[in-house]
Design a protein. Structure first.
Length: 143
């Protein structure tokens, strides 16, 4: 069982604990849950609100029950509709994320172009201001 490098289970544990594998697993789980939400959105919101007139004209109660000669094209249409809603949702999320990244990049670029004042120059300005105040104080005392 052991191959000198820690064995099968050790290699498997290393594989599973890689960051990208864990991230992928989380993405798959969230994607599955998101798919269920979209499926419910299509079946419970979009279909009744938008597709009911077309379904009533076809004398069908449910989109998935549409069929012709044993071909259940209603299930296919429901799957296509689910895909389009999921694709639109992902597009909107990615677009918002990219816009946020661009805004952050612009802010960083502006911050990078604003050079902090040189400490020597600041020290010289403070020294000159202090000397001016000292000169005015001496003049006011006529020294």
């Amino acid at each position: 069982m052991a191959n000198g490098n820690g064995g099968f289970w050790s290699d498997f544990r290393k594989f599973i604990m890689r960051g990208n594998v864990v991230d992928l697993a989380v993405a798959v789980i969230i994607g599955g849950a998101f798919g269920k939400i979209i499926e419910s959105f299509v079946a419970d919101v979009i279909t009744p609100a938008i597709l009911n007139p077309a379904l009533k004209a076809a004398n069908v109660d449910d989109l998935k029950s549409l069929s012709a000669n044993g071909i259940k094209y209603g299930s296919f249409l429901a799957a296509v509709l689910n895909f389009l809603v999921i694709a639109l949702s992902i597009f909107l999320l990615v677009r918002a994320f990219e816009q946020a990244q661009k805004k952050l990049a612009r802010q960083e670029a502006v911050a990078a172009t604003e050079t902090p004042p040189d400490s020597v120059v600041v020290l010289q300005e403070r020294t000159a201001a202090s000397l001016d105040r000292l000169a005015r104080a001496l003049e006011s005392r006529n020294l």
